[in-house]
Structure formats: structure tokens, C-alpha cells
Design a protein around this ligand. Structure first.
Ligand SMILES: [Zn+2]
Length: 301
């Protein structure tokens, strides 16, 4: 009897010790931020990603299921710099949730935490450019992931004081593994230095910059404007003078334009994962960089 009582008491105290146990609801606009929040929050977070690798993050419908999710969110993490301008503002106004509005601790705009590339001196929206605030696809520089990670950790601890030490511990562990991985990737990506690459959309700029590659052209005449026959013909011409080693595209792009250019220019067209879930090997952030580098290495040998 005594033993049973002790067990019962232990269970009861265990419950009372964490009476308000509930996971922090994280709403990530893109899969990479969801994956990062999961790394840092472990079982103390419940992560929802509004988009998958197969979806164009610029073009998302603010559907009721997303509104329902953001309503109960404690922390929203997005790329920002107008990447989600077509849908996120509507979700914010419909959410009725003060905790996650822009400017509050429950909202993180990743691109504001790093040095942005391709910030235009003059914005001319009439040209259809969907990167008017600079390039928002900041996650493909692994150093940017580390910067955003430290802010996510601080916010998790701010929202959930009780578990502050646990978040710090997880963050230290992640950072150690991530820095080691960056060193490995730097070594591995050496042969990519200086290699010219054609992209579909300008969503690889941070990776190209980090790896020291060179963007020779893009299939879209302007970010967000689909490839046209005229532009593709120009690219084929330009590639005669300024050849690229490979033309890459992301899971949310139509591969046909990349395949067309690849055939005309006699270079491989290669799918890169772009984000977590984009290829089978890109199961997490580590796999995302592993697979991106390996797929590119296979084309420059
Ligand atoms: Zn874009």
C-alpha cells in the first residue's frame, strides 16, 4: 500500500510541478523556419508550417485553415521582406491574436536579422519585381540560420520563462552541431567556387553568395515574372558568350523551362531542394545543405 501511495504521490506532484504544460504553438510561414523552431524547441513546441517545399511562398491563399492556425499561435516566424505580402497581412488582421502581430515578441521576420542581398536602389513595381525590399530567401546561407536561431531561442525563453534553461541548452547543442556542419560544408563546397549557374527564380542568391558561385542568368526575366520565349532565346544567346555549368530550379518551379535551357545550352538541369522537404534527402536543415551541395558538386566535376 505504502509503495502505491508513493507512486501516486509522485505522479500527482509531477502533474502539479508543471500545471500549465502546453507546447508553444509555432506558426512558420516557410518549412525552413518550422524546421529550425523544431530543432530549438524540441518537445516544448508544436510546429505548423503554412507552406510546403512544393508551394511557391510568394503565392499562397490566405485560406480559413491558415487563419485558424495563426489564431492559436504563440510565435510566428516568416522570411519577411515582402515575401508573404500577398497573404500574411490578411492572416494577421483575421487572427484576432495580439501576441503575434508585427512588432510584438511573438513575431520574427528572419530577413530583418541578416544582411539582405539585392536591395534595389530604386523600386519600380511596374516591372513586376516581387523582391522590392531585397531578396527575402535568406535561409540558404547557413550563417543566416545561426543568426535567426539565436533570436528564436530568445523569444521562446521570453514566451515560456519556465523552460528558459532548457531552450538555452538545446540552442547550445544545435549551434555546436551547426558550426561543425558549416565547416564541413565549406570544405565540401570548395569545388563550387567561381562556378557559373543559371537559376530559375532568384531564390538561391544567398547560397550562391556563401559558396562563392556566380549567377550567370535567371529564367525569370524579373523575379516573379514567368520565363517567356523571348527571354529564353536571349538567355540561350547569352550563354554562348557567358556559359553556365548548370541550370537549377526549385520544387515549386515548372521544370520545363529549365529543361529547355539545359537542352539548348547542353548543360544539366538540376532540381535543388530549396527548403526542408524539397527532396528526399532534405529531411531537415542539415540534409537541406548536404543535398544542395552534393547535387551541385555532381554537375561541376
Ligand atoms: Zn522570391
Amino acid at each position: 500500500m505504502k509503495t502505491i501511495f508513493k507512486v501516486w504521490l509522485g505522479v500527482a506532484l509531477g502533474i502539479f510541478a508543471c500545471p500549465t504544460f502546453a507546447a508553444i504553438n509555432v506558426f512558420a510561414c516557410e518549412p525552413e523556419w518550422g524546421a529550425l523552431a523544431q530543432e530549438l524547441g524540441g518537445n516544448k513546441v508544436s510546429v505548423f508550417s503554412a507552406t510546403t517545399a512544393k508551394q511557391d511562398p510568394h503565392r499562397v491563399e490566405a485560406r480559413p485553415s491558415l487563419i485558424a492556425r495563426i489564431r492559436s499561435a504563440d510565435l510566428v516566424i516568416c522570411s519577411g521582406s515582402e515575401l508573404e505580402v500577398g497573404w500574411l497581412p490578411l492572416l494577421f488582421t483575421q487572427s484576432g491574436n495580439d501576441r503575434i502581430q508585427p512588432g510584438s515578441p511573438g513575431f520574427i521576420e528572419a530577413s530583418q536579422l541578416v544582411v539582405r542581398l539585392e536591395v534595389p536602389k530604386v523600386v519600380d513595381r511596374s516591372l513586376g519585381d516581387i523582391h522590392p525590399a531585397g531578396n527575402p530567401h535568406v535561409h540558404l546561407d547557413p550563417r543566416n540560420i545561426a543568426k535567426v536561431a539565436s533570436v528564436i531561442t530568445a523569444r521562446l525563453a521570453e514566451i515560456d520563462h519556465a523552460n528558459g534553461a532548457a531552450y538555452k541548452e538545446r540552442a547550445d547543442s544545435f549551434d555546436k552541431r551547426w558550426q561543425q556542419a558549416i565547416q564541413k560544408w565549406q570544405q565540401r563546397a570548395q569545388p563550387l567556387k567561381g562556378e557559373p549557374v543559371d537559376v530559375y527564380h532568384k531564390d538561391l542568391s544567398y547560397f550562391i553568395n556563401w559558396a562563392g558561385m556566380r549567377e550567370a542568368g535567371s529564367l525569370e526575366p524579373k523575379p516573379g515574372i514567368p520565363p517567356t520565349p523571348t527571354h529564353l532565346a536571349e538567355l540561350v544567346e547569352r550563354m554562348k558568350r557567358n556559359p553556365a555549368k548548370v541550370v537549377v530550379y526549385s520544387p515549386y518551379n515548372d521544370p520545363r523551362a529549365a529543361e529547355f535551357l539545359g537542352q539548348r545550352a547542353n548543360i544539366p538541369s538540376v532540381l535543388l531542394p530549396f527548403t526542408v522537404g524539397g527532396t528526399e534527402k532534405a529531411k531537415d536543415l542539415f540534409g537541406l545543405f548536404d543535398d544542395t551541395i552534393e547535387r551541385l558538386l555532381a554537375t561541376v566535376k
